[in-house]
Design a protein around this ligand. Structure first.
Ligand SMILES: [Zn+2]
Length: 334
């Protein structure tokens, strides 16, 4: 009988189909608008009246059967195609591990050193008032030192802090000495980017105020610091310096680690300046009502120390987000 042949052929065609679009051709061939089974269903009226019910039932049953077979095969093909895409034998994709920024790593190392000497960490705002950034630090409006600190001003007269020293004043206003604090954070100055200048940098300042703090406490503290950062054998020298908020002031220099103090293109003299320090200016303590105390303060640029410690010759590398550069610090553990 014709329907039996049709059933057999349709099953064969469905079995042979290996692609979904081939399966669609099979569907059209039998069940499409002009498909062979559709034609039979449409021509039932041509058969003798008594045969029509049986032919109709059989053809409809066959239609359901072919539809089911097509659906099953389609599902099978879709699943096997998904498996092709998902090659389970491939090794998993590695997600790359990030690392801390070198300035963060070094800041934390420096903070740890001072915390081990009894300093606590205090942070303050990056947007400051002129009072905290300059006036309270013995730098009135007409003071020449303000030129060194030319900074970014906001419309309302506030400014981006040029050092973390305002934190010292804010702390001294709230807490009376004795105290020992360090204040790490980002600072700003009007500088154009070049290998040794950056309009933003990370500073860590320290302040120790107590009844009998002397210059020798300052020397001892900072010498211990340089040894911990650059190694036991490093030679530290203190040279006279000038800062408006300290008196007397000192520059701290270390033996150049690139040439071991022999003199090279980086240091010229065998020594490299790493930070500024001094005894807190008596005017500052007097203004705050702490005349009976003495203290010392220091400030260091984390960028500068990082350049010397990690032998980096361009400060811009810290701010360019170059993955190759940053990846080198992956292995440094805190
Ligand atoms: Zn040198």
């Amino acid at each position: 009988m014709k329907l039996d042949d049709l059933k057999k052929n349709a099953k064969e065609d469905i079995n042979k189909a290996t692609l979904i679009k081939e399966l669609e051709s099979v569907r059209i061939k039998y069940l499409g608008r002009k498909g062979s089974l559709t034609n039979i269903l449409h021509s039932i009226g041509d058969f003798p009246k008594e045969d029509r019910p049986l032919i109709g039932q059989t053809a409809n049953k066959l239609k359901r059967e072919i539809t089911n077979l097509l659906e099953e095969k389609k599902k099978y093909l879709e699943e096997s195609r998904a498996l092709e895409w998902e090659d389970l034998s491939l090794p998993g994709r590695k997600t790359s591990k990030g690392s801390l920024h070198p300035l963060t790593i070094l800041s934390q190392e420096i903070i740890d050193i001072f915390m081990s000497m009894g300093f606590s960490v205090v942070r303050g705002p990056e947007i400051e008032t002129e009072y905290y950034n300059f006036n309270a630090l013995n730098t009135p409006e007409d003071h020449p030192a303000r030129d060194l600190h030319d900074t970014f001003y906001l419309k309302d007269g506030r400014l981006l802090r040029t050092h973390t020293s305002p934190v010292q004043i804010r702390t001294l206003e709230k807490h009376s000495p004795p105290l020992r604090i360090i204040s790490p954070g980002r600072c700003y100055r009007v500088d154009t980017f070049d290998p040794t200048h950056s309009p933003t940098f990370v500073q860590i300042e320290g302040l120790w105020v107590d009844y009998d703090v002397s210059m020798s406490d300052l020397f001892g503290t900072l010498e211990l610091f340089t040894k911990k950062i650059f190694g036991e054998g490093i030679r530290t020298e203190f040279l006279p310096g000038y800062f408006p908020f300290t008196e007397p002031s000192a520059e701290v220099w270390i033996q150049c680690p690139f040439c071991d103090g022999k003199g090279c293109s980086v240091c010229h003299s065998g020594l490299i300046e790493i930070l500024g320090a001094g005894m807190v200016h008596p005017n500052i303590l007097k203004n705050l009502g702490y005349s009976e105390f003495t203290g010392f303060a220091f400030g260091l640029g984390v960028d500068r120390i990082a350049m010397i410690k990690y032998n980096i010759n361009d400060i811009r590398l810290f701010y360019q987000n170059d993955i190759q550069f940053l990846n080198q610090f992956n292995e440094i553990k805190l």
